[in-house]
Ligand binder design. Structure first.
Ligand SMILES: [Zn+2]
Length: 469
């Protein structure tokens, strides 16, 4: 039987036994609620939570019933729902929500508040999600299908690097409740573990610190790593998934600390409701450059940028004003920078094509896609690193690759030699808010990690004192 931690191996030792599990937040929508997800005072929140539970215990009543014989009505009645409320409830579940076939073993849960029905949840046994009906004054007021019950939580991980970052994360970063049993028993458990660590590592090395740390050359034995992770917890399945990195610190054994702090804000281009997470250095400078180095996670350059080359399909010389990255069919294609989708359709020799308009007069294009990412259209705001499609060989193409091109002020530029501008730093009100929140995060993060996190030494000049002459 495989356990989480490979005990007894000399690989990466645990600095501070990983993970303190933080509180859960009940938001099912990642963009719901206030932009700021941290709770400023954990103790106050704990008191508040206890109080709520005490109050709730007096007033809330949860009833559960099971569809025994394939007859929904019986299970609804069993919850104490009758008369007009019974009829309208069955109608909403079957007609409005389309839950037409019930099976033996499907469950219903009703919540009563001071004797009044406020919510009904129907969990079909063969699906991960559930139907939810909210009641107002006894009548259904809102209903939806919730794909999966999910809670979002924060967890702090600390580790020491002794061979590779992967090994360090593998030894310390897996959540103890990754799988229902808490163990890695089956093949599925193991692949979940590998998946979790892969996602975490990619977020750390390929996204967050991609421009700050060279993970091939800079990493040394004795380096330390602290990460504040946000996770999805699926209570129905008893499983946990990686969501994103909130903050991270990487301390080099030979000195120096790379840091990433979160800031939630609303870019002007985004939909009014969209709150996004960006990472910044302690001083408000962005961790990102404006563009990623390439639009695929891996791939080799099969054709570079040139003003003339023999076209492999057309057979005559034609300029190649882009870079071709050969990658396996179906590989994810990322938007290399934040922007608005301007083209998303079949475009002659490009096949399935996406174009994105970025700030400062830049535009990027991605050709020969096999398919597009779902949920996007012309006019959608996409973020750097967001999936926009998948590698294919549509249009004039000899094999699976993405044709990647970049324009500046309407003219083609070579993405390989174009000097990428850094992403905008925070300024004005946003910078002020960031500088106020950053120490709060750091203090809470330390508390979660159960230790004082390292803080970079301030250069004497930067400390604010008079420079000695
Ligand atoms: Zn090309």
């Amino acid at each position: 039987m495989l356990r989480y931690k490979r005990n007894g191996t000399a690989v990466a030792m645990i600095l501070a036994a990983a993970a303190a599990t933080m509180f859960f937040t009940g938001s099912s929508d990642e963009n719901a609620g206030e932009p700021w997800g941290f709770h400023r005072n954990i103790e106050a929140m704990e008191v508040c939570r206890t109080e709520i539970l005490t109050v709730v215990a007096d007033t809330i009543d949860i009833c559960t019933s099971t569809v025994g014989d394939g007859f929904l009505g019986g299970a609804v009645r069993e919850l104490g729902i009758s008369g007009g409320q019974y009829l309208v409830t069955c109608e909403v579940l079957m007609d409005s929500l389309g839950w037409t076939v019930q099976r033996s073993g499907d469950t219903l849960t009703a919540m009563y508040c001071r004797g009044e029905l406020t919510e009904l949840r129907a969990h079909p046994g063969n699906r991960r999600g559930f139907y939810r009906v909210a009641y107002n004054e006894g009548n259904p007021s809102f209903w939806e299908y919730v794909p999966q019950e999910r809670w979002i939580r924060q967890r702090a991980v600390s580790c020491e690097v002794s061979t590779t970052v992967w090994a360090a994360l593998w030894d310390t970063a897996l959540p103890p409740d990754l799988t229902e049993s808490g163990l890695l028993v089956t093949d599925r458990d193991s692949s979940r573990a590998v998946g979790y660590i892969s996602e975490l590592q990619r977020a750390l090395t390929d996204r967050l610190f991609v421009y700050d740390i060279d993970f091939y050359y800079d990493v040394r034995v004795g380096d330390s790593l602290w990460i504040l992770i946000e996770e999805n917890r699926y209570p129905m399945d008893g499983e946990t998934g990686f969501r994103r990195i909130l903050a991270a610190k990487y301390q080099f054994a030979y000195g120096g600390i790379a840091e990433a702090f979160p800031f939630f804000h609303q870019p002007e281009e985004a939909d009014a409701a969209e709150i996004i997470l960006d990472h910044y250095h302690r001083d408000g400078a962005s961790l990102r450059t404006m563009f990623l180095k390439m639009p695929v996670p891996f791939g080799r350059i099969s054709s570079g940028y040139s003003s003339s080359r023999m076209h492999p399909v057309l057979g005559y010389t034609r300029a190649h004003r882009g870079i071709d990255y050969a990658s396996p069919m179906g590989t994810e294609i990322y938007a290399v920078g934040d922007g608005i989708i301007t083209v998303r359709r079949w475009l002659g020799g490009y096949g399935n094509m996406v174009r994105i308009r970025h700030a400062n007069g830049y535009e990027t294009g991605y050709g020969h896609m096999n398919g597009y990412a779902s949920g996007q259209s012309v006019g959608s705001y996409v973020r750097q690193g967001e999936i926009i499609g998948y590698v294919g060989s549509t249009g004039l193409s000899t094999g699976p690759h993405v044709h990647f091109e970049m324009k500046k002020n309407g003219s083609y530029v070579n993405p390989a030699t174009e000097i990428m501008p850094p992403a905008d730093p925070l300024n004005g009100d946003e910078l002020e808010r960031f500088l106020a929140e950053m120490p709060v995060i750091e203090a809470q993060w330390s508390m979660l990690a159960g230790m004082d996190l390292p803080i970079p030494e301030v250069e004497p000049e930067a400390a604010g004192g008079e420079p000695s002459l």
